[in-house]
Every structure is written in C-alpha cells, then in structure tokens.
Design a protein around this ligand. Sequence first.
Ligand code: DGP
Length: 119
Amino acid sequence: MRKDDCIFCKIAAGEIPATKVYEDDDVLAFEDLSPMMPVHTLIIPKDHYDNIADNIPDEVMGRLFNTVGKVARLKGVDEGGFRVVVNTGDDACQSVHHVHVHVLGGAQMNDGDPSLKGE
Ligand code: DGP
C-alpha cells in the first residue's frame, strides 16, 4: 500500500535516494537528511501509514520496533544509549506523514527533554 505523493514511499521504492542502514521485506532504515545528533537514523515500514495511530497491523508495528535494536547495533549506539522518537501530528511537529521512528544517539542528550528541535 503506497501513497503517491509521499516522499518516504518514494524512498522505500528506491525512487528517491537515501543512505540505507538496514532493509528487509517490510521495513527500511535510512539516514536522516538533516541529522540532529551524530547518529540519526529513520525507520519506516515500506507500506504507507500516516502516523503511529493509523491502525498499523500488529505485525508491521512489531517489525518496525524490532528494527530499532538492529539499527542501534549497526550504528554502534546500543551500549552507550540512544533515544527513540516518533513525532505524531501537528503538535509534535510531524513533518513527513509516513510513520517513522527516529533513532538518535552518539552524544549526551538532555535529561527528559522531549524536543528534537531544541526549542
Ligand atoms: P518528523 O519531524 O518527525 O516528521 O521528521 C521527518 C524527518 O525526515 C526529518 O528529520 C527530516 C527527514 N527527511 C525529510 N525529507 C527527507 C528526505 O527526503 N530524505 C531523508 N533521508 N530524510 C528526510
């Protein structure tokens, strides 16, 4: 299932280039275009869902979040620690409306600061 005007659907289909970190039949992990941390990788399901509240089937949700640990290991932040963020909707400043998990790490973060943008 794909949405034609969705940039992450185009990345999943290989129509827009991205630096891949991990890929299998169901999910793709790739480097964020505007990294906010030394490690900033996005994980998406290849099928289109607008956000995490978009009735994502359990199997897809499981595959999406099971990829977090794989990405953390591949990026070398599994031991030092990392943060997982899923911006959802306008209040959270979701800018790409294809559900994606941010995996952030590689430097010390603020305690309890939920902001990705430092605002
Ligand atoms: P969010 O605010 O949670 O919707 O984050 C969307 C992220 O997607 C943002 O950190 C920048 C990233 N991004 C937007 N367009 C592209 C793109 O074309 N390629 C890649 N690699 N990342 C993108």
